[in-house]
Design a protein around this ligand. Structure first.
Ligand code: DX5
Ligand code: ZN
Length: 228
């Protein structure tokens, strides 16, 4: 079975004074999805963007918005993010004690339901909810900051999850996030990743962001099927 690959630039490393321009660049480079990192200073030590910014971004792009909530009490904010116009939403398994309800709620509201998992959290914590997830976001760095180094042992975690999904015939796709760029893209694809988040490799590259997206698509879409 061929994998359908999507490239999801993370806005975290973009120039925040020129968000519209940065978004237009990755859209013209053919990015499939726009990844938005929401951090609250509690679940992770950093604070980033919130609802007003998400609402404004919704008005200026046709790309699906993929919100990655790195916040405490995520269940409390689901409806706000749905109303803000996100298309995909992932919540950390470590932050949500009612993740089963969350995933149902997202699906019932027409949003792709994602469950995110930190590098130190076992895949076994996903067992009960895997059938309910549209995607699993495997963190390949500890969340909180862009520009960190990919944790190599996560390759095995990705392939183990892939095996579980395939052998149980689940629908969930695998998204990977943290330290990914042209140098290790092929490795995560081989392990089974399908949705590729890249922040600094796109927005802090010496190349233009649109060119950086094109380069990643060339690698990813050479042997596999890409959307668009
Ligand atoms: C980290 C965020 C990532 C981050 C990735 O906590 O979830 O989405 O922006 O940035 P890079 O690709 O630079 O590791
Ligand atoms: Zn992220």
């Amino acid at each position: 079975m061929k994998q359908i690959i999507e490239i999801a630039p993370s806005l975290l490393s973009a120039d925040f004074a020129n968000l519209a321009r940065e978004i237009a660049k990755v859209e013209s480079g053919g990015a499939h999805v726009l990844h938005l990192d929401v951090m609250d200073g509690h679940f992770v030590p950093n604070i980033t963007i919130g609802l007003p910014v998400v609402k404004s971004i919704r008005k200026i792009t046709k790309m699906p918005l993929d919100a990655h909530l790195m916040i405490a009490n995520p269940g409390q904010y689901l409806d706000d993010f749905i109303r803000a116009g996100v298309n995909w939403l992932s919540v950390h398994i470590e932050a949500d004690i009612h993740i089963e309800r969350t995933l149902h709620h997202l699906r019932d509201n027409g949003v792709r339901a994602g469950v995110a998992i930190n590098p130190g959290t076992s895949l076994s914590t996903l067992e009960e909810v895997l059938p309910l997830a549209d995607y699993v976001l495997i963190m390949t760095v500890n969340p909180g900051f862009g520009g960190q180094k990919f944790i190599p042992s996560m390759l095995k975690k990705i392939s183990r999850l892939k095996e579980i999904i395939v052998s149980n015939n689940y629908q969930a796709r695998i998204e990977v996030d943290g330290g990914i760029g042209p140098g290790n893209l092929q490795d995560v694809l081989t392990a089974g990743a399908e949705i590729i988040v890249a922040g600094s490799a796109v927005f802090s590259s010496e190349k233009d962001a649109s060119e950086a997206v094109r380069e990643m698509k060339m690698i990813a879409c050479g042997q596999t099927v890409c959307l668009g």
